[in-house]
Design a binder for this molecule. Structure first.
Ligand code: NAP
Length: 366
């Protein structure tokens, strides 16, 4: 199969670099266009990221030679992408919410589908927030989004906040098995790469924990309700459960967000063994259809008392698996556990690529 040419907006940043490397050998997609801020525009990609490349793996030679464009110059960008036959663009921009929203809409209006990591459109009523193992059917709102806005083949689809990734799939697996989760208390320990590059100053981070990440607790408490919600009459209705209380902390870990979670069930409560069985047997659409970015096992349970740990477990199964451990009864709610996911892969670029694989499978990227 000939690879589909794609673009990356914000290609020089932390998430952008992950897109570039994850797409190095992707069997379906190939990067043909890169854009970032006016600071990087006009430079070859290799020069734009020199001195601030963060990953062990490097970019493909053909990407190093691409000239970075100004992502704000939409008409020029769209003309260049169309010349290169780019089918869609990944958006990994870090700008103000209003600017991001307007920019992503301008690309979509000009006929370029946008698969975004930014939070700007997560609460837009006709924009799906996708985790392909959980709510692939939410993508079916896209034709209505295109009709509402008079867009041709362009549309916007987004992925949720990185901090919720480590427990959303385990939670969904339990709900799907018939165990309604009514209450959830979560404390996150979030890696510094989650703040982009250069991110939090080293003097704020070394030998320290910062008990505040702007906007994160609100996202953590609300986004799961849209993802678990339903579409009726062309709009999203949030799920009523779970009620979530979140405390989000920045910790001196490079990659990997950890979450300590307590759950309260409805009437039907699973045993510890039943929960482990539900998690280890869970598979979603990406696993059934064998999407290239899909982990074989979306939830991996570790029996050791001292796992999961970011350094040992974040790269598990292409860094796309959620690694869970320490499942035990909770003295306040019903059960508690610790979960980990790689924030810049499962929580960002890898999740975005999995969304693109889903959207291609559904015929939206042809
Ligand atoms: P980052 O490292 O700060 O990178 C930001 C990117 O946006 C760079 O390519 C930068 O270009 C570009 N940019 C900044 N200002 C711009 C402007 N005015 N016009 C055009 N481009 C501009 O941030 P990041 O961590 O990669 O995050 C990117 C997006 O993903 C954000 O929306 C973030 O919330 C989201 N996200 C991040 C993570 C994570 O773990 N880091 C997880 C989930 C979602 P220059 O290099 O030229 O400045």
């Amino acid at each position: 199969m000939a690879k589909i040419p794609v673009g990356v907006l914000g290609a020089t940043g932390m998430v952008g670099q992950n897109y570039i490397t994850l797409l190095n050998d992707h069997p379906w997609f190939k990067v043909r266009y890169v854009a970032a801020s006016p600071r990087s525009a006009g430079k070859k990609y290799a020069d734009a990221v020199a001195g601030r490349w963060q990953l062990a793996e490097t970019y493909a030679p053909h990407v190093g030679g691409l000239v970075v464009q100004d992502a704000n110059d939409v008409s020029r960008a769209v003309a260049a992408m169309k010349r290169k036959s780019c089918a869609f663009v990944f958006s990994a921009l870090e700008m103000g919410k209003d600017e991001t929203r307007a920019l992503e809409e301008a690309y979509a209006a000009a006929g370029i589908p946008v698969i975004s990591n930014a939070s700007a459109h997560r609460w837009t009523n006709d924009v799906p927030v996708l985790i392909p193992e959980i709510n692939p059917h939410h993508a079916d709102i896209i034709p209505l989004q295109q009709k509402n806005r008079g867009w041709g083949r362009g549309f916007i689809a987004v992925k949720p906040n990185c901090s919720i990734q480590s427990y959303m799939i385990p939670l969904h697996a339990l709900v799907q098995a018939g165990y309604l989760v009514k209450k959830l208390i979560v404390t996150t320990m979030q890696a510094v790469s989650g703040a982009g590059y250069p991110g939090v100053a080293s003097l704020d981070m070394i030998d320290n924990i910062v008990p505040y990440i702007g906007g994160e607790e609100e996202k953590t408490e609300n986004e799961p309700l849209k993802i678990f919600g339903a579409i009726a009459d062309g709009i999203f209705y949030n799920a009523a459960f779970p009620k979530i209380s979140a405390c989000c902390n920045r910790v001196p870990v490079i990659d990997g967000h950890t979450a300590c979670v307590s759950l309260g069930f409805g009437v039907k409560r699973p045993s510890i063994d039943e929960i482990k069985e539900v998690w280890s047997s869970f598979k979603g659409l990406p696993q059934e259809l064998n999407f290239p970015m899909a982990p074989e096992h979306p939830v991996i349970y570790r029996e050791e008392d001292n796992r999961p740990q970011p350094r040992k477990d974040r790269d598990c199964d292409k860094a796309m698996a959620v690694v869970v451990g320490r499942l035990r009864p909770c003295n306040v709610l019903d059960i508690r556990f610790t979960a980990l996911s790689h924030n810049t892969v499962r929580g960002a670029a890898g999740g975005g690529i999995l969304n693109a694989e889903l959207l291609r499978h559904k015929g939206f990227l042809n």
